[in-house]
Design a binder for this molecule. Structure first.
Ligand SMILES: NC(=O)C1=CN([C@@H]2O[C@H](COP(=O)(O)OP(=O)(O)OC[C@H]3O[C@@H](n4cnc5c(N)ncnc54)[C@H](OP(=O)(O)O)[C@@H]3O)[C@@H](O)[C@H]2O)C=CC1
Ligand SMILES: CC(=O)[C@@H](O)[C@H](O)COP(=O)(O)O
Ligand SMILES: [Mn+2]
Length: 414
């Protein structure tokens, strides 16, 4: 059997590392053909030595010399072709030499590569939820038209995908929509509640970036870790679920489950609930999507029920986690509002990580952007990928000014 040729966009990140860990267990089944990073050449070089890709992409042209210097130490036959710059790297995702693209870039920076892979009709393992939130139906359209197979590896969506009836799951797997099934009552997205689930609101002002990135169950990149701490991650995931599974906001429930053992569930009209359980380890959904519809070993230990202290559930607190409510509002508003919310969030999280604004300024930035752009966003979602990118840039510029003003006011004691 010919090996499946894999490209990992965002290979040096947390999802990239988990994917390579799974792939290393199945060298007879998969080859690693393309690896893409933004600028971190040291981990990229280690991956090149181990997995011998034919091509590597580096977005930051300023790091090219550093990468070439390292590659010069390898025998010529082991040196990959090097592609540099965002546009050229994004084009690699549509390369006919790839069967499967793992979309693991963080933020809407991943939109170009995810889009190109779908447009080329590939199997796309989607971690990069921000692209789907920003581009929405446009992205699903391009996937459908090209006959792409869009498989979620975000743990909740992969869990739901696994819980759906086989005929429905096959439709999602081919980038279609579940639609208004009269068998499925609702989708239940579980949420850990993040590191501040029990912290009083009065103490939120002093939250530091390192505290926000200390997720209780999952080891992830810093942006998504902050999103989990504000529960914006769950908000993005509500929109991601609505898009992937074609369900309205009323049929999506968020349930805080601090152990992250149940990764999500589907409620059926007859009262049945089907859940997917496992250790909180991304190698499980990644292995599932790599091999789907077959199953392969992932390296994740079997769940030890005897070691569980219990499974707990509670409702999300809207006072301490307003970002979740804002996401439901953005979904209900439709049009370009999810794009506005997402772009403002990316800018505000970056400002928080750089200590320019406080933790609760993140949801404040979302609220301000959503209010400011309400008229534009209501006009409808952008109709081309270029319009999505232009709208994303416009909101980012506005949100950056908002964060600058908020940061100066805070520094002045305002
Ligand atoms: N981590 C997790 O467990 C989960 C993550 N996700 C989603 O997966 C995505 C990735 O998250 P995570 O792995 O945690 O993030 P990380 O921050 O760990 O990694 C991000 C990766 O993207 C690369 N990158 C950054 N900017 C660009 C760009 N402009 N073009 C190409 N590559 C770029 C980085 O390269 P470099 O290293 O050079 O900076 C790095 O390889 C996010 O959308 C997140 O929401 C979803 C579910 C779980
Ligand atoms: C692993 C994964 O899929 C993350 O998106 C995770 O869900 C984050 O946990 P929260 O439930 O705290 O957002
Ligand atoms: Mn998730």
């Amino acid at each position: 059997m010919a090996r499946t040729r894999i490209g990992i966009f965002g290979s040096t990140g947390s999802i990239g590392a988990s994917t390579l860990d799974v792939l290393a267990r199945h060298p007879e089944r998969f080859s690693v053909d393309v690896l893409v990073a933004h600028s971190r050449v040291d981990p990229l070089f280690e991956q090149i030595k181990r997995f011998r890709p034919a091509t590597v992409g580096l977005v930051d042209a300023g790091r090219r010399a550093a990468l070439e210097e390292r590659l010069a130490s390898l025998p010529a036959a082991q040196r990959p072709a090097v592609v540099v710059g965002q546009a050229a790297v994004d084009e690699l995702a549509g390369d006919p030499a790839l069967d499967t693209v793992v979309a693991a870039v963080v933020g809407t920076a991943g939109l170009g590569s995810t889009w190109n892979a779908l447009a080329a009709g590939k199997r796309v393992l989607l971690a990069n939820k921000e692209s789907l939130v920003a581009a929405g139906e446009l992205m699903l359209d391009v996937a459908r038209r090209a006959g792409a197979t869009l498989l979620p590896i975000d743990s909740e969506h992969n869990a739901i995908f696994q819980c759906l009836p086989a005929d429905q799951a096959a439709v999602v797997g081919r980038a279609g929509l579940v639609g208004d099934s009269n068998e499925i009552e609702r989708l239940v997205l579980t949420a850990s509640g993040g590191p501040f689930r029990e912290r009083p609101l009065a103490d939120f002002a002093g939250i530091t970036p390192d505290q926000a990135c200390a997720h209780p169950n999952w080891s992830m990149g810093r942006k998504i870790s902050v999103d989990s701490a504000t529960m914006m991650n769950k908000g993005l995931e509500v929109i991601e679920a609505a898009r992937l599974f074609g369900v309205s906001a009323e049929r999506i429930e968020v349930l805080v489950h601090p152990e992250s053992v149940i990764h999500s569930m589907v409620r059926f009209v007859d009262g049945s609930v089907i859940a997917e359980l496992g250790e909180p380890d991304m190698r499980t959904p990644i292995a599932h999507a790599l091999a789907w519809p077959e199953r392969i070993e992932s390296g994740v230990a079997p769940l030890d029920f005897g070691a569980l202290a219990g499974l707990h559930f509670e409702s999300p607190d809207p006072e301490r986690f307003p970002a979740l409510r804002l996401a439901f509002e953005a979904l209900a508003a439709g049009g370009g509002m999810p794009l506005v919310m997402n772009a403002a969030n990316e800018v505000a999280v970056a400002a928080f990580l750089e200590r320019r604004i406080g933790f609760m300024d993140i949801p404040a930035a979302l609220q301000a952007a959503m209010t400011h752009f309400a008229g534009n966003a209501a006009a409808g979602a952008p109709e081309t990928i270029e319009a999505v990118l232009a709208a994303d840039r416009e909101v980012r510029a506005w949100a950056a000014s908002w964060c600058d003003a908020r940061g100066s006011a805070t520094a002045l004691g305002g």
